[in-house]
Design a binder for this molecule. Structure first.
Ligand SMILES: NC(=O)C1=CN([C@@H]2O[C@H](COP(=O)(O)OP(=O)(O)OC[C@H]3O[C@@H](n4cnc5c(N)ncnc54)[C@H](OP(=O)(O)O)[C@@H]3O)[C@@H](O)[C@H]2O)C=CC1
Ligand SMILES: C[C@H]1O[C@H](OP(=O)(O)OP(=O)(O)OC[C@H]2O[C@@H](n3cnc4c(=O)[nH]c(N)nc43)[C@H](O)[C@@H]2O)[C@@H](O)[C@@H](O)C1=O
Length: 332
């Protein structure tokens, strides 16, 4: 069987999960523990992925058969719009270093993770893979989106020029255990879980959400995302990137109401209109992935409820000597 044929077996393979400490990386590691492969990891102190020499040396030494590129500078709407240079530079460097050096050391299969923000701001809904580069991007995350589009194009180019089996997946907005709960830099779902929990604890009469509440987003549990990523590794080999979505979207106001119900907060919801709304709607078509034979299992209500249990468990820990909840100590 040629190297880039499907199905691709992970049996006995050495798989490097780049970004294994992040929300997606942790979920991918959990999922790969069910496969007969060897999982390789390297933390930021060992390899700064923006540093070409460090990435090259690490890959030349570790010699993975498979690379899952789940490392990136990631953040919500405010972080993206406040630090565009960091989001563009870091992500371009991480992708370019890992994709190029993986090719040089002969990695057999590489999976690059992009994001649904690569699509035009006013793309037709649900958004198909063909919408890429058909219109202007949303300004709040243009820098990040351009870096992610460059990553897709790098994978396509190494496939076209060198026959490398490099593929790309575009997950929708994700949530779950291991998420960043920092109120300034996080995405909406972890931010609202934390803010609603704290409002309930304080007995606040109201809760503030950013923007008008009218934008619609599609949310996928990170364990479903990890399952889809491993499925794509095993069953997909082609130039076109593949959307990974949940199949339904929800307005931010309805998400806030859903979270309030799960947390048990009965106050009112108010709006901070100084904060951006971002793209009005982002519902992807996952028809290509479904045609390959994969669909999600975790419903939004159940997924949020289990993520809230995780959050409460983690926030309990300072009393017992220190929290491992990401972004918890850093914000107010
Ligand atoms: N979260 C979401 O809603 C979505 C995420 N994605 C994509 O999924 C991927 C993972 O995202 P997610 O898990 O949420 O992000 P996280 O921020 O949780 O994790 C990112 C990981 O990348 C590592 N990393 C970043 N920069 C460097 C660097 N210079 N050197 C070494 N390691 C680095 C971080 O290391 P450290 O722990 O040391 O900081 C961290 O482990 C990204 O490609 C993202 O674009 C796509 C769609 C939605
Ligand atoms: C995954 C994806 O994530 C980002 O794009 P986004 O979907 O716009 O991000 P978000 O989750 O931060 O916001 C979604 C919506 O929710 C509203 N909102 C309300 N209240 C809070 C709140 O408290 N925090 C945040 N962050 N948003 C809030 C907010 O105003 C917006 O209307 C990019 O990083 C992008 O690059 C990317 O790939």
């Amino acid at each position: 069987m040629p190297d880039n044929a499907t199905p691709f077996s992970l049996d006995g393979k050495r798989v490097w999960v780049a970004g294994h400490r992040g929300m997606v990386g942790q979920a991918v590691v959990r999922r790969l523990e069910d496969e007969p492969c060897e999982i390789l990891t390297a933390d930021r102190k060992t390899v700064d992925l923006r540093n070409q020499a460090e990435v090259k040396a690490w890959l030349a030494d570790a010699r993975p058969d498979v690379v899952i590129l789940a490392a990136a500078r990631v953040g919500g709407i405010l972080a993206n719009s406040t630090y565009p240079a960091d989001f563009l530079y870091d992500n371009l460097m991480v992708e370019a270093n890992i994709i190029h050096s993986s090719f040089e050391v002969g990695v057999g299969k590489l999976l690059f993770l992009g994001s649904s923000c690569i699509y035009p701001k006013f793309a037709e809904q649900p958004i198909t893979e063909e919408s890429l580069l058909t219109g202007p991007l949303e300004s709040t995350n243009e820098a990040y989106a351009i870096a992610k589009i460059a990553g897709i194009k790098l994978c396509e180019a190494y496939r076209q020029q060198h026959g490398a089996d490099f593929i790309s997946a575009m997950p929708t907005n994700l949530y779950g255990p291991g998420d960043n709960f920092d109120l300034q830099s996080s995405h909406v779902l972890p931010a609202l879980l934390r803010r609603t929990h704290e409002a309930k604890q304080r007995g606040d009469p109201s809760l503030v959400i950013w923007g008008s509440g009218s934008p619609r987003r599609e949310f996928l549990h990170v364990d479903d995302c990890a399952a889809a990523l491993v499925y794509l590794l095993q069953n997909y080999s082609a130039p076109t990137h593949v959307n990974i979505g949940f199949g339904e979207d929800i307005s931010i106001l309805d998400l806030a109401r859903l979270i309030a119900g799960i947390v048990g907060f009965s106050g009112t919801i108010e709006h901070d209109l100084s904060k951006p709304d971002g793209t009005p709607r982002k519902l992807m078509s996952s028809a290509r992935l479904q045609a390959l034979g994969w669909k999600p299992k975790i419903g939004l209500r159940d997924g949020i409820a289990s993520t809230y249990e995780y959050f409460v468990r983690m926030t309990d820990q300072p009393a017992r000597g220190g929290s491992s909840l990401r972004g918890f100590a850093a914000s107010g």
